[in-house]
Design a protein around this ligand. Structure first.
Ligand code: HEC
Ligand code: HEC
Ligand code: HEC
Length: 439
């Protein structure tokens, strides 16, 4: 599994200490009263649900929430934890959430489980927001009961994890997270909007809750909290950019049909786009398991979000020397795959013409593809992924920037210029990662 989760973890840990102790008036953020609907007597290790329907529904909630991906170390028992999140403040590990009594959550009651998953209060104290309880707070009582039934079917696995032992002082103090919660955690459950359709409400519930889409697609403030005012308008994850998925017609999904959004979430690609990196993982582990009505509901909701109202920039004129040189470079190096008109090959090679993610202000993904190449997602419906070669050795920073400016400003596209410095910065970031891996 790739390292996006480490990235979220890193972002979410920022500034936690600065926030500690502040905002005691926001006590509501720590209230676990909603957990009282859960049983507080039977521990998970003593519980085996016999309700097959509930178990099945619970598995679906687990897929929607992508619990397994974060809680499974590569090649180890499912849900046994130990998956590493490298943050600027040290290393955090995910918990063993199998029913094992000694090292897992076997001693948790259903109520304890609700406290951890919806309120971020775990068996050792406040949880770090790398665990996406900030989104799961929206999960319904029913979904939580079903999830609990599913967890009782997971095979216990012994794997002792000391989650925050690798965090540096003072970031290893769990109590600090109470302060973070007071500042940023909306502890309230999901509130349906009666003025909207059932599908819209279902879509909102999945996007905000289990799907935790905003964890990547919303930008974060310097303290690592998602910015509500820029909800789903695009988030930078360091090496990756999770694009605008609001209804904005230029950079967002406004001009993408519901069916095409559904196809992307179900199979990892559509006529224009191919999921890579963190989104490829989200599709592989989570969204490909969602049923079509739910995926349609997600599309309905996303497209209804107004998003940023900023007017698109004017395109760079085609007769600028750099654009003319890039047109030739494109034809020689790229057109065999991406098409002479930037039309791509549906579900195999991304198109550039009319592709909203190509014209985002943040060109991180495009620079990255040029420097390291890319491998497309493989799903049950579309099992083989195509590949993109690296141009790192073939083009310098200026040439890469100009080629990207060409694809971002041709065939009706218009986007802000990519600068050679942006490419240089990404080269350095990727180099740093290679060095880290080589150690
Ligand atoms: C983005 C990664 C991520 C996802 C997704 C995620 N978790 Fe976690 N989870 C973590 C991390 C990291 C911790 C440890 C946090 C800590 O110790 O502060 C954790 C801790 C927990 C704990 C607390 C265990 C204890 O002993 O206190 C429970 C329970 C839990 N997760 C359940 C779930 C469930 C159920 C889901 C899916 C609905 C889920 N997690 C999805 C990262 C994740
Ligand atoms: C772990 C981070 C992460 C999570 C969680 C995540 N995404 Fe993404 N998403 C990304 C990244 C990164 C991309 C860009 C991928 C690419 O360009 O290949 C992306 C791309 C997309 C796209 C394509 C956008 C376009 O214009 O081409 C859609 C649609 C999308 N995500 C929807 C969702 C939805 C809905 C959810 C929640 C159910 C979600 N994502 C959860 C990181 C994430
Ligand atoms: C051999 C075929 C091939 C060639 C040649 C090729 N690409 Fe690609 N390119 C791909 C594939 C396949 C992907 C999608 C990979 C994925 O999504 O995982 C891709 C992805 C990209 C992306 C990322 C798109 C996104 O949505 O994030 C950019 C940018 C890109 N290519 C630009 C170029 C440019 C510019 C050239 C020429 C200098 C080029 N490619 C040459 C196959 C190719």
């Amino acid at each position: 599994m790739a390292n996006w989760k480490k990235i979220i973890g890193g972002l979410a840990a920022v500034g936690v200490i600065a926030a500690a102790g502040a905002g005691y008036w926001a006590y509501e953020s720590l209230n676990t009263g909603r957990s009282s609907v859960a049983d507080d007597a039977v521990q998970l290790s003593d519980f085996k649900s016999a309700d097959q329907d509930a178990i099945k529904r619970g598995e679906y909630v687990m897929r929607t929430g992508d619990c397994m991906a974060c809680h499974t170390e590569h090649g180890k028992s499912p849900f046994a934890g130990g998956y590493e999140f490298k943050t600027p403040f040290g290393t955090l590990l995910s918990s063993n959430i199998t029913p094992d009594r000694e090292t897992g959550i076997g001693r948790m009651t259903e109520r304890d489980f609700f406290d951890a998953v919806r309120h971020g209060q775990g068996s050792k104290g406040f949880l770090y927001p790398a665990m996406t309880y900030t989104a799961y707070a929206k999960l319904s009582d029913q979904d939580m009961h079903d999830l609990w039934a599913y967890m009782s079917t997971v095979r216990p696995a012994a794997n002792a994890v000391d989650e925050n032992a690798g965090m540096n002082f003072p970031y290893n103090i769990r109590l600090a997270m109470a302060g973070w919660n007071m500042l940023f955690f909306d502890n309230s459950g999901f509130a349906a909007d009666a003025a909207q359709s059932e599908a819209w409400n279902r879509g909102k519930y999945i996007v905000e809750g289990g799907g935790h889409c905003a964890a990547c697609h919303s930008p974060r403030n310097p303290l690592g909290a998602e910015m509500a005012s820029k909800y789903l308008q695009g988030g930078n994850l360091g090496e990756w950019f999770a694009p605008d998925i609001t209804g904005n017609p230029h950079t967002g999904l406004g001009d993408v049909s519901n069916d095409h959004i559904v196809e992307y979430l179900k199979t990892g690609s559509n006529h224009l786009s191919i999921a890579t990196g963190p989104m490829a993982e989200a599709v592989e582990n989570s969204t490909q398991y969602l049923n079509d009505p739910d995926l349609q509901a997600i599309a309905t909701y996303l497209k209804s979000i107004e998003g940023d109202q900023k007017a698109p920039p004017a395109p760079i004129p085609a007769d600028e020397p750099a654009m003319m040189a890039s047109a030739l470079r494109y034809e020689v190096n790229c057109s065999a795959c991406h098409g002479l008109q930037g039309e791509g090959i549906p579900s195999m090679i991304p198109a550039f013409a009319g592709n909203n993610a190509i014209v985002a202000d943040d060109a991180t993904n495009l620079i990255r593809a040029m420097l390291v190449g890319a491998r497309a997602v493989a799903t049950h419906d579309k099992p083989t992924g195509a590949g993109m070669p690296s141009f790192e050795w073939k083009m310098d920073d200026r040439q890469i920037a100009e080629t990207l400016n060409y694809i971002r400003n041709t065939w009706g596209n218009a986007a802000t210029p990519v600068k050679p410095e942006d490419v240089a910065r990404m080269r350095a970031t990727l180099k740093a990662r290679e060095n880290l891996a080589a150690q």
